[in-house]
Ligand binder design. Sequence first.
Ligand code: F6R
Length: 242
Amino acid sequence: MKLIKAKDYEDLSKLAATYFIKKIQYSPAMTIGLATGSTPEGMYRYLVKDYKENHTSYRNITTFNLDEYIGLDGSNNNSYRFFMNNHLFNHIDIEKSNVHIPCGTSKDSLAECATYDQLIKEHGGIDLQLLGIGGNGHIGFNEPGSSFQSRTRIVELTDKTRRDNARFFNNPEEVPTEAITMGMGTILESKEILMLISGEGKREAARMLLSGNVNEDFPASALHKHANAIVIADEAALTDVP
Ligand code: F6R
């Protein structure tokens, strides 16, 4: 796992966007994995800026998002589909038919999970997967204890994750209790992984990750097993890293 140190959130966002843009310009038909949450918002802002100024095209790009809340459809402004449209997809030339996000309102969520993994396989796997990290080390919604072999599946959210995400909802009770997440095994099959860690709220998570211990109780530690994983972390997140 390679660590790149960024000065602050803007620097991290710019570095991550530049990394993605170079890859997309070199391989304009690649398959990318995307994340939601506060961390990638800055990177998406830079991708949109680059699209407007330099016209980097996403016409032949395919995307797979990590996760979606169960019970929220794309018109709900807390759904991850809404987030992605709002922060990225509505502002670039991506074909919406090439965008994949698990459906949180499927009548058959189990089939939805199996189909999602199958679709990723049919696209030849994910070339570059973007990740954030939860305060408890989760990636996607793979909470502590998730098997490193797990596939895309329905998961129950921990109280910590629901509390962390409550800031986006009018009322903490509205945070869904379940989600569909790409599995750990699915994520680890990506050819390359780029994780972003920003801010003092992620100090403990950064310290745990960079301690080098690999343990299913800290899902992000699986990145140490990946041949091609890069972490970009800013100074605020790295304060407690020896
Ligand atoms: C969301 C996702 C989550 C977030 C994590 C950190 O698609 O995969 O694992 O990356 O919860 O969220 P933020 O960036 O809001 O701190």
